[in-house]
Design a binder for this molecule. Structure first.
Ligand code: ADP
Ligand code: TPW
Length: 586
């Protein structure tokens, strides 16, 4: 038997041995990864125990998808890959949705799953939880690796880290077969085999011609617009982005997770004038934002105005770390490939002292539209309907976030998402985390746990009642770790709303309707948390203030009008029956 495979029992005083468990733990710690999100079971139970024993924080969940979502958002919030640990086949599959979602959203995460031995999997001999996990994961993430020998653990973890955070960040799968953990090797050789990754996310400096091309186009603009995406939030180039906006005086529009990069109350924010600025702008500078469905693919009515069939003819400058992102939907006239900090710095440097400010008539037109819409919204928010509706409830949340700008805001649902994004101003970068690129339900409690663990600030999770159900059992996790999370369920008795009828007239309720007057607050009381039943803005306010003050796990069941809410929120137009109706009337 080679020294590598010698059992731990063979270790002597002179030649201490290490094993696969400790090499994984040591490799992660060496790279500054100190928290694991996961769910124990064969073959990784001992890994979670030993990791905790070695001083890592191990946050144990009730479902792997939530652990995976926690790891993904930890990656976004810290810039280091978040790590999720699962058992084989079913645990792995449960984590896979989160891995795919992380990849789509450009969040760096590593899913580590235990697996069966190759010999059995490849002959399909029917092992306990047997599955060819590596093959399945490969198509759903940025990179996938398997480690078969203890002396390769250092390389495996290093490659996983680099793959997750370099270039466009994303999800990485690392397959660790059960036998790997028990393999032993000489401890000193083991230490030497580990790699502390040097410069895992290298800066990518843009070419000077590309910078000049972008500057020339920007200078020609009569109605320039800056569009900030969550890539800009992730890049942590907060000062550079702010300088770009303020030096040029160009109005900017933040995508939902870029809110707060500059305070939403900034005089150049065009958030409240979105439908005015998109078709009106002539040159748009995209900073870490893709022209995907969230931006109507850069064409159609959103960009061309009411009568446009194709595209409004805007010219685009796109800053992105991925060289293949440009031209994904419409022509990008000036692609600027590099990391956002380097690209924005290069633009600023190239502007020189006499760079003109954005044309005053354009800036003023945007401001007028914004102020008009803000005033209109203020009127709506001032109303106090009975029962509460989205606006009167979110008016309270708006005040609480204003008073606690360091708090983290988690948000999911349809109407609950759209209204929160529009009503609740953000004041600091990377404070708003939500359903992201896929508009996926189920991120809520995983994101809330990781936000509390990583940032240490109070977390406010604004949840549709349907959205909450996807990860609701994790309120036990929130209580177990005593995390300062205040969940607010905007409860309208169903998916989108609670009033749909069974089209067949039978006794089953409609597919979108839930139990009426469900007492969600009792869920958290079962685990020692604070439950609040709120039917008025005053009760909601008191509950939220108390939760933030006490930092106690709290769930507020905010009862709103069950007729409030439109189907699919703001993306009703994507429903097939609506599209059919639109094309038949065209
Ligand atoms: P949003 O949904 O907010 O519009 P997207 O997720 O569509 O944002 O786009 C984020 C973009 O940011 C991706 O195309 C990604 O490649 C890019 N990106 C991520 N990190 C960086 C970085 N450090 N520098 C430059 N671009 C980045
Ligand atoms: C994984 C489809 C989009 S929004 C939503 C669903 C089920 C819930 C809307 O109701 P909710 O919010 O949360 O009560 P509100 O304010 O409108 O009443 N499965 C996944 N992702 C998505 N997006 C869906 C289903 C969906």
């Amino acid at each position: 038997m080679s020294a590598i495979l010698a059992p731990v029992a063979a270790a002597t005083e002179e030649s201490p041995m290490t094993d696969g468990f400790h090499l994984v733990i040591d490799a992660l710690k060496l790279n500054g990864i100190t928290t694991l999100y996961g769910l124990p079971g064969i073959p990784i139970t001992d890994l979670t125990r030993k990791a905790q024993g070695e001083g890592m924080r191990v946050i144990s969940f009730r479902h792997e998808q939530n652990a995976g979502n926690a790891a993904a958002i930890a990656g976004f919030l810290t810039g280091k890959p978040g790590v999720c640990l699962t058992v084989s086949a079913p645990g792995f599959l449960n984590g896979l949705t989160a891995l795919a979602n992380a990849t789509i959203n450009c969040f760096p995460m590593i899913l580590i799953s235990g697996s069966s031995e190759r010999e059995i999997v490849d002959l399909q001999q029917g092992d306990y939880e047997e599955m060819d996990q590596l093959a399945i994961a490969r198509t759903l993430c940025k990179a996938a690796f398997r480690v078969l020998h203890a002396e390769d653990i250092g390389v495996g973890i290093a490659r996983a880290i680099r793959s997750a955070v370099s270039g466009r960040p994303g999800g990485v799968y690392l397959d660790l077969p059960a036998k790997l953990f028990a393999q032993t090797m000489d401890a000193a050789a083991g230490r030497r085999s580990l790699i502390e990754v040097v410069d895992p996310a290298p800066l990518q400096i843009p070419a000077s011609e590309a910078v000049q091309r972008a500057l020339d186009l920007l200078k020609s603009a009569k109605k320039p617009l800056i569009l900030l995406g969550k890539g800009a939030a992730y890049a942590r180039a907060d000062a550079e982005v702010r300088a770009l906006v303020e030096r040029t005086g160009i109005p900017y529009l933040p995508m939902s997770m870029a809110k707060g990069l500059l305070p939403d109350t900034h005089e150049l924010s065009a958030s409240a004038a979105r439908s005015f600025v998109l078709p009106e702008a002539d040159v748009v500078l995209l900073v870490g934002a893709r022209l995907n469905w969230l931006l109507s693919h850069g064409k159609g009515k959103t960009w061309g105005g009411k009568d446009a069939k194709a595209w409004g003819g805007q010219k685009f400058i796109q800053i992105d770390i991925s060289p293949t992102e440009a031209d994904s939907n419409v022509r990008i006239d000036a692609p600027l490939v590099g990391d956002i900090g380097s690209c924005v710095s290069a633009l600023l440097a190239g502007m020189g002292a006499d760079w003109p400010r954005a044309p005053a008539d354009w800036v003023q037109a945007v401001a007028e539209r914004r102020n008009k819409n803000v005033a209109k919204m203020a009127d709506t928010l001032a109303k106090d309907p009975k029962p509460m509706n989205f606006h009167s409830a979110l008016n309270v949340v708006r005040d609480i976030v204003k008073a606690n700008p360091d708090a983290m805001l988690v948000n999911e649902g349809a109407n609950a998402l759209d209204f929160t994004r529009a009503i609740v101003d953000m004041y600091k970068p990377r404070k708003r985390i939500d359903v992201g690129t896929w508009g996926v339900m189920g991120i809520g409690m995983g994101f809330a746990v990781a936000a509390a663990v990583e940032i240490g600030q109070p977390v406010i999770a604004i949840e549709g009642d349907s959205a909450f159900g996807f990860s609701g059992m994790e309120v036990e996790t929130i209580c177990r770790y005593q995390l300062p999370v205040c969940v607010v369920i905007l409860n309208n008795n169903g998916v989108y709303r609670g009033t749909d009828k069974n089209l067949g007239g039978g006794s089953d309720v409609a597919p979108t309707v839930f139990v009426k007057d469900a007492r969600y607050e009792k869920l958290i009381e079962a685990f020692g948390g604070v439950g609040v039943y709120a039917t008025t803005p005053a009760e909601l306010r008191q509950g939220m203030e108390q939760a933030i003050r006490s930092r106690k796990p709290t769930l507020i069941n905010a009862i709103i009008d069950e007729t409030a809410g439109t189907e699919s929120g703001r993306i009703t137009n994507l429903n097939p029956q609506r599209q059919a109706a639109a094309s038949s009337s065209a």
